[in-house]
Design a protein around this ligand. Structure first.
Ligand code: NAD
Length: 313
């Protein structure tokens, strides 16, 4: 892993962090950004090259992260794979499922690793709940609320924020949406900046997801309900409580035990990049591949269609 030659394409807010992790975990050759001043700044910080074109960068590396705006993911990843370079593409994978399908096919034909950056999959609370083996939840609800930032404005709040909770919903249930209802509002940009979706999955699970990128008080929470227990996750504060029915006593609620799970502090981005580099080095599967990235993209597009229907009614 340490010997792999890597680079990052797009070193804005998130790409800079990718480059920092590659500098620790591999041989970071350099970075490229459409804004040359930004490439130079990040290259200087990390003591690597500021490439002046994507083609020049691709000639030097085994693997790249693509952390450019979503509208460019397809073109950049296609170019990288044509050059035989393994790709970790930031989420959301692509703008539509045709682009996603084309990249998946290319990766399969060329035997390249194609990972998608659905980083919440490695959150310690989600890892704990998956290992606990409680099965598919009956109901889950999530809020992902963020103050406005002038980034990712090429996409709506569904692709920007709600997609994280859609991904966790599909991951925790292994099921597919069969009925999707949603509302949304364009508050600041010309796209939905707030959305609320109600999804019924083909195993009967119901998910109620709220996302906004125009709130004053941020929140990133999920509550997950099974027959005999419910889990409350606070992603921002890294806490997980599991309330078990029929055992013990929560003050005021007889027959319920509060299990406060101690979660390890984890550098999720380092874990994601390490997982990607291991896949490149050893051929092991990545924790989120192109097919998983496409699956959640398709669900997000269903929410988008419902929101568009609401906005144009
Ligand atoms: P940003 O605007 O801060 O950075 C994007 C950078 O890409 C800019 O520096 C821009 O100059 C550069 N760029 C634009 N077009 C380019 C091109 N064709 N080639 C090279 N560079 C190009 O945005 P960001 O917040 O860093 O988001 C980048 C990506 O990461 C988006 O896809 C976004 O959805 C994703 N993201 C994921 C998470 C997560 O939780 N996994 C969080 C934030 C952003």
């Amino acid at each position: 892993m340490k010997q792999l030659k890597t680079a990052v394409i797009g070193v804005g807010h998130l790409g800079r962090f990718h480059a920092q992790k590659y500098a620790q975990l591999s041989q970071l050759q350099g970075v490229y950004d459409a804004n040359p001043a930004r490439s130079a700044e990040v290259a200087q910080e990390l003591g690597c090259r500021a490439f002046t074109s994507v083609a020049e960068l691709l000639a030097e590396v085994d693997a790249v992260s693509i952390a450019t705006p979503t509208s460019t993911h397809f073109a950049v990843a296609e170019m990288a794979m044509q050059a035989g370079v393994h790709c970790l593409v930031e989420k959301p994978f692509t703008l539509d499922t045709d682009e996603a399908d084309a990249l998946i096919t290319m990766a399969q034909e060329r035997h390249l690793v194609l990972a998608v950056g659905h980083i919440k999959r490695v959150h310690p609370a989600i890892l704990h709940l998956r290992q606990a083996g409680y099965g598919a939840p009956r109901y889950l609800e999530a809020e992902r609320l963020a103050p406005f930032k002038p980034r990712s404005l090429d996409i709506d709040v569904i692709m920007d924020l709600m997609i994280h909770d859609l991904d966790l919903t599909l991951l925790l249930t292994g099921a597919e949406p069969v009925d999707v209802r949603a509302v949304g509002v364009a508050a600041v940009t010309d796209k939905a900046d707030m959305a609320n979706a109600w999804l019924t999955l083909n195993n009967g699970t119901v998910a109620n997801l709220a996302a906004s990128r125009v709130v004053r008080e941020p929140a990133r929470r999920m509550r997950i309900f099974w027959q005999d227990r419910y889990a409350s996750v606070d992603f921002m504060n890294n806490t997980l409580h599991i309330y078990h029915r029929g055992e013990g006593m929560v003050p005021g609620i007889p027959g319920v035990r509060d299990e406060a799970v101690g979660l390890p502090k984890k550098d999720a981005l380092a874990s994601e990049i390490e997982d990607f580099l291991q896949a490149v080095a050893t051929g092991k599967a990545v924790f989120c591949d192109g097919i998983a990235g496409r699956r959640v993209l398709a669900a997000a597009l269903q929410v988008r269609t419902a929101v568009d229907h609401f906005l144009n009614r």
